[in-house]
Design a protein around this ligand. Structure first.
Ligand code: ADP
Length: 363
């Protein structure tokens, strides 16, 4: 399986939108790689540029040891699954799956055998004579995947592969896709605006903003050590608490509370600038009685998350959210304390993680 190297990619659309800005990226062989970011950050443009559906104004795209920048899509050895699946409505599932092989002038019998095998790999063996309109959303997605992989591409590109499915089916399809990508061992790049999907599926994630990559890392790295407040607030089902802070005598002052200096920021946080203290709701320990070195406040909202609850509290004019286990029973109006895990707390200066270069999270 080849790797993918993007070097100084630039793309400006008519009207002046800079969709890709001197973008550098390396996707390793066989990797399942996510492009994540808010709408309009350039994810689709990047994927389409790898596919050859957009031409960059600057930079290069290499697949394996080939520079494919000037090659048309059909000669790049890759396959793409579109958000709407783009199955041919007048063809059966089998004909759809076999279509790319037909384009490659593979003989009819071989085509049909190959399509049947791929259909079986994707659990579609009983549906091969149906047309797309006779399939459920999940089955259509599998048929589109089958069509993409039937010709055994070197690289698979997926544009928001799960976004057309309802919530439950999405979870099922996610697990299926992850397993299938492993089995196929194909270098895969997928676009999503859904951080949970990126965390769940990808080996590594690139978080994008305004045509640039803000951070590349494993799901654990981007979740635990976002290197900017932008990434910190984008990743996580409940956003990270980000509190304006002052640093004094080896401690942090935030929301009128004195907190221990995060372990990663020891000896790093000197000098001026605007400091922000970051702690995820999952990394705060709840108490209904006073705790030292903790945020103190009053509960304003309690939301049930099933096996836990999301507690919102007001601390000296700041809002702090805490994930609290079912062993506690906080209620609005009551006081509460939330002690941070110092090894998971972070300090940002001017939006950038202090000590980012120094320590790394194991994958
Ligand atoms: P994403 O996939 O992250 O939502 P896109 O890559 O689709 O972002 O778009 C990046 C930026 O480029 C956006 O500001 C979008 O409006 C702009 N854009 C995308 N396609 C075109 C186009 N064909 N012409 C002009 N602007 C475009």
């Amino acid at each position: 399986m080849p790797d993918i190297a993007l070097s100084r990619l630039g793309k400006v659309y008519p009207g002046g939108v800079r969709a890709l800005d001197a973008l550098e990226l390396h996707v390793a062989e066989g990797e399942f790689f996510a492009l994540l970011g808010p709408s309009g950050c350039g994810k689709s443009t990047l994927l389409r540029t790898i596919a050859g559906l957009e031409t960059p104004d600057a930079g290069s795209v290499s697949v394996g040891d080939r520079d494919v920048t000037a090659l048309p899509p059909g000669e790049r050895g890759l396959a793409m699954v579109f958000q709407d699946y783009a199955l041919f409505p007048h063809m059966t599932v089998e004909e759809n799956i076999a279509y790319p092989l037909k384009l490659r002038k593979v003989a009819r019998r071989q085509r049909s055998e190959s399509a049947a095998r791929t259909a079986a790999e994707l659990g579609l063996e009983d549906l091969t004579s149906r047309r797309p309109a006779q399939l459920s959303g999940g089955q259509q997605q599998r048929a589109a995947l089958a069509r993409a992989v039937a010709a055994r591409p070197d690289v698979l590109l997926l544009d928001e592969p799960l976004s057309n499915l309802d919530a439950r089916l999405r979870l099922e399809a996610r697990t299926f896709l992850k397993k299938f990508q492993r089995e196929l061992d194909v270098t895969t790049v997928f676009v999503t605006h859904d951080q949970a999907e990126a965390l769940a599926l990808a080996d590594r994630i690139a978080v994008m903003e305004d045509g640039r990559i803000r951070q590349v890392g494993t799901p654990a790295e981007v979740f635990r050590r976002p290197t900017s407040t932008f990434v910190a607030s984008f990743i996580g089902s409940t956003p990270m608490n980000l509190l304006p802070a002052e640093l004094a005598e080896g401690a942090v002052l935030a929301a009128d509370c004195r907190l221990p200096l995060p372990s990663g920021a020891q000896g790093q946080a000197a000098g001026g600038g605007e400091f922000v203290y970051g702690i995820r709701p999952e990394y705060l320990r709840w108490s209904a009685s006073p705790l030292p070195d903790a945020l103190a406040g009053t509960v304003s909202v309690v939301e049930n998350l099933g096996s836990a609850q999301l507690v919102t509290m007001e601390c000296a004019g700041r809002t702090v959210q805490v994930v609290v286990s079912e062993d506690h029973d906080p209620a609005p109006g009551e006081p509460g304390w939330a002690a941070p895990r110092s090894d998971r707390a972070l300090i940002y200066r001017d939006g950038v993680l202090v000590g980012a270069e120094e320590s790394r999270v194991p994958a």
